[in-house]
Design a protein. Structure first.
Length: 253
């Protein structure tokens, strides 16, 4: 189970994790192998594979490459039931609870249910929440939903709490691919206070300071994708920050 050691601690600080989001459309074999080499030297906890719009047939080959050359868990981050691949270790079963489009609340899940049952994928029911971070993203456009306003942390907290009460085991706050800014610290903190399940945060995290802010606000998993595609060296910086946070946590226990 890839997330077997992934637990939020209600009392006291929780360990932090780093997920590298890989978009099959944006990676060549050479660039993927380079990232794999970097991830061996600078630990990554999870590979999230997927995107809001997949336009090529590279996903299967990408996952095969990841499994061949790395032991890092590969978790699907699917935009539809078409992107289920049993080569992976698990799947974030995303329910778009920030929107009101039934297709992404339950529709795609109905289509994928028999496929998932027949697979050996570990299923992680996840409340997926799109946050307005300054411009429309592919995720909001493709889902036909309105993101939660950037300056409304109470709405985000209540939405996340409802997701937890419905039985979802993870909450994912996403500013979207290429977001102009990450989810605010106030919103992350409000959601962290509202729920006990692990909190994943991604979108627009493209500097060291933004990584620090997201972690300090309460994210259990920081997800970075676009910036590492542009600057692979950023992977080492994120990895080092997460490791430093966990070392400091161990020292103070």
């Amino acid at each position: 189970m890839p997330f077997k050691n992934f637990r939020h601690q209600q009392h006291g600080a929780a360990r932090k994790h780093f997920a590298l989001l890989l978009d099959p459309d944006n990676l060549t074999e050479a660039s993927c192998l380079h990232l794999l080499s970097l991830s061996e030297a600078h630990p990554v906890d999870f590979f999230f594979v997927g995107g809001s719009l997949i336009t090529t047939d590279r996903q299967a080959a990408l996952i095969q490459l990841l499994k061949q050359y790395s032991s890092i868990p590969v978790i699907l981050f699917p935009s539809s039931s078409l992107h289920i691949d049993k080569q992976a270790d698990g799947i974030l079963l995303l329910s778009l609870i920030s929107g009101r489009n039934p297709e992404f609340l339950i529709g795609q899940h109905v289509l994928s249910a028999p496929l998932l049952k027949a697979s050996r994928l570990q299923i992680y029911p996840t409340g997926y929440m799109l946050i307005d971070t300054g411009r429309q993203t592919t995720a909001s456009y493709m889902s036909g939903t309105t993101p939660i306003p950037y300056d409304k942390p109470v709405i985000a907290a209540c939405t996340a709490l409802a997701g937890q009460q419905l039985g979802l085991r993870f909450i994912y706050l996403d500013g979207g691919s290429g977001a102009s800014q990450p989810v605010s610290a106030d919103m992350i903190a409000a959601v962290r206070q509202a729920v006990e399940v692990p909190l994943i945060v991604g979108g627009g995290i493209d500097t060291v300071d933004k990584v620090k802010t997201v972690l300090a606000a309460g994210a259990d998993v920081v997800v970075v994708g676009n910036q590492i595609e542009k600057d692979p060296g950023f992977l080492a910086e994120v990895s080092s920050l997460v490791a430093s946070y966990n070392v400091a946590l161990d020292v103070h226990r």
